[in-house]
Ligand binder design. Structure first.
Ligand SMILES: C[S@@+](CC[C@H](N)C(=O)[O-])C[C@H]1O[C@@H](n2cnc3c(N)ncnc32)[C@H](O)[C@@H]1O
Length: 223
């Protein structure tokens, strides 16, 4: 299991019925079943070839009937309500498309590869509550950053515009990885600003850099 998968698993909670949408290898479902965190798990992927990997990994559980493989787009092939749905390793827009076609799952764990801000905005519009919303990293020399958003369909949440853009736990100083990501982004912006740029681009990049500097100061001030 990679560090990314371990981070996702650490956020998964006990469920009666669990669904791993876009499961590919199926590692997260194996974690759920091996740790008796669910009674029944659906492994679903739009690609039959990808699903084969999870079926191989979980062949004993599939034979026992505790793991049910489905080739389908999103949640379309899941025949019953799931109280925990994981959608990880896909773009945010794809995640939104998948969630849009069904009632929101009772609990969700999402790990968008991009457009996390769109996912947050969408969840709040649908009346979801976001309980965990942080950036984590994987790797040492070639560090990669990922966002994780988890919560429930129980409503009553409001976000500031900045929280939508950057993630609430991140702005509350709860993610070391986010501070590292900010440092990396500030360095990249500062480097780009040493190049020859048009007035508009220079203004836009300078404003972004100032915003990131301000966010960094605010977070460091809370630590
Ligand atoms: C990069 S893999 C991520 C696998 C795993 N969830 C993870 O986080 O490591 C993305 C998987 O999502 C599947 N996928 C993409 N769009 C999908 C959709 N609309 N419904 C179901 N699966 C989808 C792909 O076939 C692929 O296996």
């Amino acid at each position: 299991m990679t560090g990314r998968i371990e981070q996702i698993c650490a956020v998964l909670s006990r469920a009666h019925v669990f669904a791993d949408i876009g499961c590919d290898h199926g590692y997260c479902t194996r974690y759920m079943l091996e740790n008796a965190l669910c009674d029944r798990a659906y492994i679903s992927d739009i690609s039959a070839l990808s699903l084969e990997k999870a079926k191989t990994l979980l062949h004993r559980e599939v034979a026992a009937g505790t793991c049910i493989p489905v080739v389908a787009d999103g949640l379309d092939g899941i025949p019953e309500p799931c109280d925990l749905v994981l959608i990880a390793g896909m773009g945010g827009e794809e995640i939104i498309k998948i969630l849009s076609r069904k009632p929101l799952p009772k609990r969700y764990v999402l790990q968008p590869m991009k457009n996390s801000d769109k996912v947050r905005r969408y969840l709040l519009q649908r009346g979801a509550r976001i309980e965990r919303d942080f950036t984590f990293s994987e790797g040492i020399s070639n560090k990669k950053f990922y966002d994780l958003i988890a919560g429930c369909a129980c409503g009553g949440d409001t976000y500031t515009e900045r929280e939508i853009l950057y993630g609430r736990d991140n702005l509350r100083g709860q993610s070391e990885a986010f501070l590292e990501k900010l440092t990396e982004e500030r360095q990249k912006l500062a480097e780009r600003l040493t190049n020859k740029l048009g007035a508009e681009s220079r203004k836009r990049l300078s404003q972004k850099l100032m915003e990131l500097e301000e966010i960094t100061r605010e977070i460091v001030g809370t630590l």
